[in-house]
Design a protein around this ligand. Structure first.
Ligand code: CS2
Length: 485
């Protein structure tokens, strides 16, 4: 038996299921990037709100590239399980808020029409950092990105998120309909402003008039999103199907913790997010910076250095007390650069992070977090580094994290085994590594010269020295000993 509307009432009693009639739900949100993170985060919030009666806020979940999520969920009427894991306990919940799935590539016109429909009041996104086709260091649209070049030539059959948003907004402008709100749920700095800047620039390249209309009419609120959601494995699929007594082709596995902080700017309306525990605030910046620098910064550092030391998951890395101490040190160093968000105790926040990273039930692979480092480093590690220099503080711990990335992207681990380096600029990284060889004082400067990642920071002699020294230590001692800085 397969999970679907028809089999819902055959689920065992311990599995929570949608507390509303799915047939009455109509779509109010189009979500771009319907991956594991969205399904364990926003879609759960909406599931709660639908149960509270907000039935006009169903989600149409679109994948921009692959059809795999659609292929798994369509036969299940969009239903899937969220398995919340903590220690030995797993709670299962079937979520019903995604009422339809689309594959943008298969039928771009249908997705644009759905986004252009006035019933769509929010277009939200989790397309990962690289999905924005931007320059991570400056936050500007990369006008030479192949998808952007393609979308400017084919505005009605785009590939990028910016292309779809501009196409749908152009349709709404032409028909006199009010625009939707664009809600970015990715780990980008000032994510609303950033996606706003990218979309406005893209639209202006299409037509200055469209660019002006978007600049004047469309809201791009910022958000801070947080829940650790590892990639689903076949073992997860098997475990969930046993617990359900039926097959779920694509459940998601996550931790108990979840947080969503949203800038309250929705001219086209929004569901009553607060009723589902979302924090609505006037300014997300301090929350977002805290999360990017404390959580994601140490996550990336653990991923590179833990991987190099031979650990497969974050929890396994954290079980080595040297790495746990290093993560704590990174958090302390990042904390002094932050404006503390109202009502937050940074040491309690950091303690919770260390506990979350150590959750042995979550098999969060270091390799997954290590992916796309060129897009992640600026907001996760380099901002802290820059601020600490300005404050006249030492930067060794953060320099070592960057050195960890450098050694990782050479594509060879400490035992000489090949690393599958996944990054939009992987060829450039590989070329730099090949030219320099595994020699710290050649490799570090070669990578620091990559201005899309390091900007002007890479030219600062203090940064060059600290990172080169850290990389030399890493080559001399190996990651497990180097983290004892
Ligand atoms: C992780 C994040 O994969 C990564 O880069 O650091 O996905 C992290 O798990 C989430 O941001 C937690 O909210």
């Amino acid at each position: 038996m397969r999970l679907s509307n028809a089999s819902l009432d055959r689920l065992p009693g311990h599995v929570r299921r949608p507390g509303y009639d799915r047939a009455r739900v109509t779509p109010g949100i189009v979500h771009l990037g319907v991956g594991a993170f969205h399904r364990a985060h926003q879609a759960v919030v909406i599931d709660d709100l639908l149960a509270d009666g907000a039935t006009d806020w169903g989600i149409v979940g679109a994948s921009l590239r692959n059809s795999d999520t659609h292929d798994a969920l369509a036969p299940q009427d969009g239903l899937y399980t969220v398995a919340v894991q903590s220690g030995a306990v797993t709670e299962h919940r079937v979520v019903g808020s995604i009422t339809k799935t689309e594959v943008a590539k298969t039928n771009p016109a249908r997705l644009i029409a759905r986004m252009a429909d006035p019933a769509t009041r929010i277009v939200s996104l989790t397309i990962t950092e690289k999905g924005y086709c931007h320059r991570p260091q400056t936050g500007e649209l990369d006008e030479h990105h192949p998808d952007i070049v393609h979308d400017l030539e084919n505005p009605d059959a785009p590939r990028s998120a910016a292309g779809f948003i501009a196409a749908a907004l152009s349709r709404r402008k032409a028909s006199g309909a009010a625009p939707f709100t664009v809600l970015c749920c990715d780990n980008l700095p000032a994510n609303g402003h950033t996606v706003g800047r990218i979309v406005k620039r893209f639209a202006a390249l299409r037509s200055p008039e469209l660019g002006d209309w978007i600049a004047g009419e469309v809201a791009f609120p910022s958000t801070m999103v947080d829940r650790i959601v590892p990639e689903t494995t076949d073992a997860d699929r098997a475990d969930v199907s046993v617990a359900l007594g039926m097959i779920d082709a694509w459940p998601v596995v996550t931790e108990p913790f979840t947080q969503w902080i949203v800038e309250d700017r929705f001219p086209a309306g929004r569901p009553d997010f607060a009723a589902a525990g979302v924090q609505l605030v006037a300014d997300v910046t301090p929350f977002e910076q805290m999360k990017l620098r404390l959580l994601n910064g140490s996550h990336s550092a653990l991923a590179y250095l833990g991987y190099l030391a031979g650990y497969e998951t974050v929890a396994a890395t954290m079980a080595d007390s040297r790495f746990a101490a290093y993560a704590r040190q990174l958090m302390e160093e990042a904390a002094v650069t932050l404006t503390v968000p109202a009502g937050t105790d940074l040491s309690a926040y950091s303690a919770t992070l260390l506990e979350r990273f150590s959750n042995p039930a979550l098999h969060h692979h270091n390799a997954q977090i290590a992916m796309d480092g060129s897009q992640k480093l600026p907001q996760r590690l380099l901002g802290t580094l820059r601020d600490r220099l300005m404050l006249g503080l030492p930067i060794e711990a953060h320099a070592l994290a960057v050195a960890g990335w450098m050694r990782y992207v050479t594509g060879v681990d400490e035992l000489g085994r090949e690393i599958d380096v996944r990054d939009p600029i992987a060829p450039e990284l590989a070329a730099a590594a090949r030219m320099a060889g595994p020699v710290a004082d050649r490799l570090a400067p070669a990578l620091l010269d990559l201005s899309p990642v390091f900007g002007t920071l890479g030219a600062d002699p203090r940064v060059r020295k600290a990172i080169t020294d850290a990389l030399a230590r890493l080559y001399d001692l190996g990651a497990s000993r180097a983290v004892q800085v």
